[in-house]
Design a binder for this molecule. Structure first.
Ligand SMILES: [Zn+2]
Length: 285
């Protein structure tokens, strides 16, 4: 009797080990595995990650927070404070942060109604603060906010379930040069079209690639067909990085997108100096 019992136990144990080895990695593990290495930072910065939406709540908000936590841990670039409370934008609170990550906070104008608070926020950026805007942080806002971001949501003909072509327009730019080695690529996410977007005020890094068949078939609203997907800009003394990508959870552990985001953070924190001067749209190939 002893031998079969021993064999059964061995069998159960092996199956257990097999299951453990084949366990699907958690989202946190995926973020961690795919987080790129960056140049050693000169100091540790302080970042506020603000995650409260006042319109549509994306279910990628939580993974956005995980991404921030893992980026802070693995790169050593910053410490992150999470908040859904507008009191962090009060003058004596906001000043401690080197940058603010706007984590899918749709329609900030509906929450931040107080004129003084809006002024404090805009002044914070103009005086040298950094802004890292993810996806629906570009949806809404008041006049100065939209000016600071550089564009405003105007629908998304390119929906979250589709796979769309992205043109890496600036393959030598430090923020995107390593993303697919500077080549164009496809990605599954919801891509916004923008109004109040003026290329001459932003350094566009990536756009929708309308030469990609499925992407080009959709009808956007812009007469100039200029659908920016990622850009950087200066606003006063401040630095702004915008990523239209960030609807689907997978974006937050996509190894190529994380490369762009890590470099984007180095820029908004003032750790990396990059060219923010506008360039014209390249001629269609
Ligand atoms: Zn979305």
């Amino acid at each position: 009797m002893k031998k079969p019992l021993f064999l059964t136990l061995l069998c159960v144990l092996s199956l257990g080990l097999f299951a453990a080895n084949n366990k699907k990695p958690s989202e946190r593990e995926l973020v961690s595995q795919n987080m790129p290495k960056i140049e050693a930072p000169s100091k540790k910065y302080k970042v506020l990650c603000f995650s409260k939406p006042y319109g549509f709540r994306h279910n990628s908000i939580e993974i956005g927070k995980t991404m921030m936590e893992v980026m802070a841990e693995k790169t050593g670039l910053f410490d992150v404070t999470f908040s859904e409370d507008l009191t962090e934008f009060a003058p004596d609170r906001i000043k401690q942060y080197d940058a603010i990550c706007l984590n899918n906070n749709t329609h900030l104008q509906k929450g931040m109604k107080d004129e003084k608070m809006r002024e404090t926020f805009i002044k914070y950026v103009k005086n040298g603060g950094g802004i890292f805007a993810i996806h629906s942080a570009t949806d809404g806002g008041w006049k100065e906010y939209v000016e600071m971001i550089g564009g405003n949501f105007d629908g998304h003909p390119w929906g979250a379930g589709g796979t769309w072509g992205i043109a890496n327009e600036d393959p030598n730019h430090p923020i995107v040069k390593d993303v697919y080695k500077g080549e164009n690529f496809t990605i599954k996410d919801e891509i916004y079209q923008y109004k109040d977007f003026d290329r001459s005020k932003n350094r566009v890094l990536m756009t929708l690639d309308l030469s990609h068949e499925a992407t080009g078939k959709k009808n956007g609203k812009r007469a100039d067909k200029d659908y920016a997907v990622a850009w950087v800009k200066n606003y006063g003394e401040g630095r702004v990085f915008v990523s239209s990508l960030g609807h689907n959870k997978e974006i937050f552990y996509h190894p190529e997108i994380l490369k762009m985001w890590a470099e984007g953070f180095r820029f908004v924190l003032g750790e990396a100096d990059v060219d923010t001067s506008s360039v014209p749209k390249p001629a269609a190939k």
